[in-house]
Design a protein around this ligand. Structure first.
Ligand code: BF8
Ligand code: SF4
Length: 647
């Protein structure tokens, strides 16, 4: 047994952690340990650093210290901290979306020679959805209007009109709920700035009011994510089923290895295109070619559209360098560990930052130029080829561990598979399976790694538990990558882990799908912004069932949530009416009031609520219970409707 088994279930990670130990390099696993014990004030959310009189820490039993210097109570401090992290997450997702929208506008204006509209069908679909005229119009004009509509989501400074993408993608019931509870946003930047204002020292002290503003920001997160998905599909194509592989064994000793890491597909798509043209340059340098692998959500983006293999997920990103065969790691934005640079010094690896808002002191910065995108991508690949020439073969040690991955399940590709069974109304395939009891409902797995627990363990344990209970599972982000590495994204996974009902359901799809590969246990829907695909799925299911999302057996789980983005995603899922499990206790236990609002009272208002549960087996029980309760209620409702029809 490896001494590293207690840190991660990923067996490819163990030898790399051993290597790090030999080198004397402290990985994120060591650093997580070194942070123990955590400060309890921070852990429970009762440390306030909003003004410079602080930090103020709440000691409930100490007179005078049971409030902050300004008089802020625990509930104010906890609520302010949480909603500020929602704003951070929403800013990250939506700014990513804005970048794509600006690029799309420049494409329509003819300013960018290397990008073009790849998926005209998606363009038309999005245009119709958001109310842009298509009839008899040129593709370019439609593109311009769609891109401008997306950019308008950010710049609106008045309370009306409200955000278009939310307006056009949620159920009528949700829309009414958002308007009734005054959390429906009009401008993304306006809402996020408003939240920062509201949480300034001496401003709002009311935790419920703060939480509602937090939910408004969370809906901005949803809007920004949704337009990011839509416009990325328009630019680069909508994912279709692909077969590839995952884990560190996807790094090849005989090739120039380039990891695409971060979130934004604008550069990585160009690198994929450039790599196709540059195989000979790599061969001239003595390599067998260029091998691209993905890490984090940029990896998920290029997996969805190009079938690029997954090297690893968030917590194990450093380990890709420890293989000694990673020639360059090209990073864009978000979830990139600053430690990559110092680790790269032990090897020949080039860490290449590319975006103006993401630089690491000491790493190589290549400013990505969208106007010369292909040239930028080629130059970056040349840096990797140069680095390859410096590779020390004696240092190469790649764990030969990899699993087959069947991915690329955009909602469109799932519906296409359903169409093979019900061409007229594909969504009925899933609603019928729920109604017949064949499957218990749908679960979305999303989110990160968090080393407060054992890496990837919560993800896989909970997913296996739900699969055994006949839950149809979709996944995004680092959760999807954990499943990929563990062999849950292939047909084998179905044989091993699916309950009888789920197995029957997937077998039926296999028989009809026309695909040359078996469908997986879990359907990989893409990156974190692609959670919007799953939200559309839930909306379609609810509309087909004639109820709201808050009534359908659909749950979300972020078993190893870490980032501010995950807080935003979880929060908007609750507003959408979805029971949302988080497998790490967020910093809000310092206020019973806030804890109760998010785990209980939220259900009365939105139908969704947080299930905070660290134990994976208990989490499975709780999620299954919620799904069963909802399917039971739906069955009762159907019975009542049938009875009423008799009279
Ligand atoms: O946006 S799941 S660790 S990579 S934040 Fe980051 Fe979390 Fe991974 Fe993707 Ni999402
Ligand atoms: Fe302390 Fe109030 Fe300042 Fe927060 S805002 S640091 S509680 S004085």
């Amino acid at each position: 047994m490896s001494e590293f088994e207690k840190f991660t279930i990923d067996i490819a990670a163990h030898p790399m952690m051993e290597r790090a130990k030999e080198l004397g390099f402290l990985t994120t696993f060591d650093r997580a340990k070194a942070q123990e014990p955590r400060c309890n004030f921070g852990n429970t959310g009762v440390c306030c650093r909003i003004c410079m009189q602080g930090p103020c820490r709440i000691l409930p039993k100490k007179p005078g210290a049971n409030k902050g210097i300004c008089g802020a109570a625990d509930y104010t401090i906890v609520a302010r901290n949480v909603v500020r992290s929602i704003a951070g997450g929403a800013a990250a997702h939506s700014d990513h979306g804005r970048h794509i929208a600006e690029t799309l506008l420049h494409v329509a204006e003819g300013k960018l020679k290397d990008y073009h509209v790849t998926d005209v069908n998606k363009l038309m679909e999005v245009a119709k959805k958001i109310g842009v005229a298509t009839e008899g119009r040129a593709v370019n004009d439609i593109t311009k209007d769609v891109a401008q509509a997306a950019l308008d989501e950010f710049g609106r400074v008045t309370e009306y009109p409200k955000l278009t993408w939310i307006n056009k993608t949620v159920t009528a019931g949700r829309l009414k709920k958002f308007n009734d509870t005054t959390i429906m946003p009009s401008g993304i930047n306006l809402s996020l700035a408003g939240l920062l204002h509201q949480t300034h020292v001496g401003n709002d002290a009311d935790p419920v009011n703060l939480i509602f503003t937090g939910l408004k920001a969370a809906l901005c997160d949803y809007d920004g994510m949704h337009l990011a998905t839509d416009l990325s599909d328009i630019l680069f194509g909508t994912g279709v089923p692909v077969v590839t592989e995952a884990n560190l064994g996807s790094i090849k000793a005989d090739k120039v290895n380039i990891a695409l890491h971060g979130h934004n597909p604008l550069l990585s798509q160009m690198v994929v295109a450039a790599a196709k043209e540059m195989q000979d340059e790599a061969k001239a340098a003595g390599a067998a070619g260029i091998n691209l692998v993905g890490i984090c959500c940029t990896g998920n983006e290029v997996l969805m559209r190009e079938g690029v293999a997954i090297a690893t997920n968030f917590a194990t990103q450093e380990l890709a360098i420890l293989t000694g065969a990673m020639d360059a790691m090209v990073v864009d934005v978000q979830c990139i560990m600053p430690s990559l640079r110092s680790l790269s010094e032990c090897f020949h690896t080039k860490i290449i930052t590319t975006m103006p808002i993401m630089k690491i002191p000491g790493s190589y910065h290549y400013a990505f130029d969208e106007h010369n995108a292909m040239e930028s991508a080629k130059n970056i690949i040349r840096l990797a080829i140069d680095a390859y020439k410096e590779r020390d073969v004696a240092k190469v040690s790649i764990p030969q561990i990899r699993n087959t991955v069947v991915a690329g399940f955009s909602l469109e590709s799932i519906l296409n598979i359903f169409k093979s069974i019900n061409p007229d109304n594909p969504i009925r395939v899933i609603t019928d399976a729920i109604a017949s009891g064949e499957i218990k409902g749908v679960a979305l797995f999303a989110g990160c790694n968090n080393l407060k627990g054992k890496h990837d363990n919560n993800h896989t344990e909970i997913a296996k538990g739900l699969a055994k209970n006949d839950v149809f599972i979709v996944a995004t982000g680092c959760a999807a990558q954990a499943f990929a590495k563990e062999g849950l994204l292939n047909g084998e996974g179905v044989n091993k882990y699916a309950g009888e009902g789920l197995k029957k359901f997937i077998t039926r799809l296999n028989a009809q799908s026309g695909l040359t590969t078996d469908l997986p246990l879990i359907f990989h829907m893409g990156s974190c912004v692609d959670n919007s695909r799953s939200n559309d799925f839930a909306t379609m299911i609810a509309n087909e069932m004639g109820v709201d999302v808050s009534d359908i057996p659909y749950v979300a789980s972020a078993p190893e949530a870490m980032s501010e983005k995950s807080v935003a995603i979880g929060s908007y899922h609750v507003a959408m009416g979805t029971p949302t499990h988080v497998g790490v206790i967020p910093p809000l236990t310092g206020s019973t009031l806030v804890y109760d609002v998010v785990t209980k009272i939220a259900e009365d208002v939105f139908g969704g609520f947080f299930i905070l549960e660290e134990n994976p087996h208990k989490a499975v029980d709780k999620l299954v219970e919620v799904l069963e309760e909802r399917t039971w209620k739906l069955a009762m409702r159907a019975k009542a409707v049938a009875k009423a029809a008799e009279y």
